[in-house]
Design a protein around this ligand. Structure first.
Ligand SMILES: Cc1ncc(COP(=O)(O)O)c(C=O)c1O
Length: 376
């Protein structure tokens, strides 16, 4: 069989390395506290589940790639309330099947030689670029730059070869939040060099500071700018697969041409449940309160263990500096963190803690973490 040569170039998905360690610890009877993978495990609010159930119909046709008008309207209305922007639901919004597939496929929709991605980072933009036959330009996200890329360190010749620039703020894994100025500068470069700025804002609603994080939708000129967001984290709906792309009508039009080829549109009942989710903020506030409680418990325990959170104040992640190599000792006690180099070489010396287990589990884990610290 002639598999795509891209497979040869890819390292195994890093989390498979943790699976073996978890199996060994479980076999030894050690209780596992899994802060490794970032999958939300909070309950999907009941009103969303009920809306989905009520929307099931006897005949289930293929969903159209454009999405239901009422969902596009609900997304535009949410963006208006949240970011103060006006989006035309007819031409500037398209629902996606969660955001991962849309992130992966974006490089197939756009041209150019290079796809620029932040590192450390969520691996999907890079993998999508490689499967689309593009080269990857890595933009280091360093602590001394607040985990933001130095866009002005890239030469004009290099920008001229870029078809797609990915930003992801609030950031996985560093939890950093970007100021609007970063989006403005990136959008300016996108116009000058005619590439697309794609802003993955999957964690925009999980924040703990006083100010909600801004969106690339807020730039003064949205030419060549597209934003992706999702209900997976905001509304604890990872299984539903519901997100959107919104921004420059020309980018959305290209997605409308491309996506019928792959048949990736959320089912109508998921779209109807998504309308309910985007229209409600009370459950999102409750979601933030839950993450905030877990975060406070674990921040204290990690500090006691010599793991300082050096990242930002958003997302469901702590980005912990681990100069003493505490992470392997925690693993032996059943506390699983993701080593920072899973997300790219600049992640070396850090660990990512995902605030996903329930609060009472976080509280028990905090005791184990602090005890490991006291034995150091
Ligand atoms: C940075 C980032 N973007 C996008 C996604 C995709 O989420 P979904 O496909 O559930 O919308 C994730 C999921 O972990 C993520 O961490």
């Amino acid at each position: 069989m002639k598999l795509s040569p891209v497979f040869d170039a890819l390292a195994p998905y890093p989390f498979t390395r943790l699976t073996a360690a978890k199996q060994r610890l479980a076999a030894e009877g050690i209780e596992l506290f899994d802060f490794g993978t970032g999958e939300p495990r909070e309950e999907t609010p009941a009103f969303i589940r009920e809306t989905l159930a009520a929307a099931l119909e006897p005949v289930s046709g293929y969903p159209s790639a454009e999405g239901l008008p009422e969902l596009r309207e609900a997304i535009a209305a949410w963006a208006s309330r949240r970011f103060g922007v006006v989006l035309d639901a007819g031409t500037e919004v398209i629902p996606t099947l969660g955001s991962k597939e849309a992130i992966f496929q974006m490089a197939q929709v756009l041209g150019g030689d290079l796809v620029a991605v932040g590192t450390p980072g969520y691996p999907v933009p890079e993998r999508g670029a490689l499967f689309a036959g593009r080269q990857v330009l890595e933009l280091p996200l360093l602590a001394e730059h607040g985990f933001l890329p130095d866009l002005d360190a890239v030469s004009a010749d290099t920008w001229a070869r870029v078809g797609l620039l990915w930003l992801n703020y609030p950031n996985n894994p560093t939890a950093a939040v970007a100021p609007l100025e970063l989006y403005e500068r990136a959008a300016e470069l996108a116009r000058e060099f005619d590439f697309v700025l794609a802003s993955d804002e999957a964690y925009s609603e999980i924040f703990f500071g006083d100010e909600p994080p801004p969106s690339a939708l807020q730039v003064a000129d949205r030419t060549n700018v597209v934003v992706l967001n999702t209900l997976s984290k905001r509304s604890a709906m990872p299984a539903y697969r519901s997100g959107f792309a919104a921004g420059d009508a020309a980018v959305v039009a290209a997605l409308k041409r491309f996506r019928p080829n792959t048949g990736t549109a959320p089912q109508a009942f998921v779209q109807r449940a998504s309308v309910a989710a985007w229209m409600d903020e009370a459950h999102v506030e409750a979601m933030r309160t839950i993450y905030r409680s877990k975060r406070e418990v674990l921040l204290r325990a990690c500090a006691a263990a010599g793991l300082e959170h050096v990242g930002g104040d958003a997302t469901m992640f702590l980005w912990l500096a681990d100069p003493e190599g505490v992470t392997p000792r925690l693993l032996e006690q059943g506390v699983v963190l993701a080593p920072g180099d899973f997300f790219g070489p600049p992640g070396e010396g850090y660990a990512r803690l995902a605030l996903v287990p329930p609060l009472e589990v976080c509280e028990r884990a905090a005791g184990v973490i602090a005890a490991v610290g006291s034995r150091a």
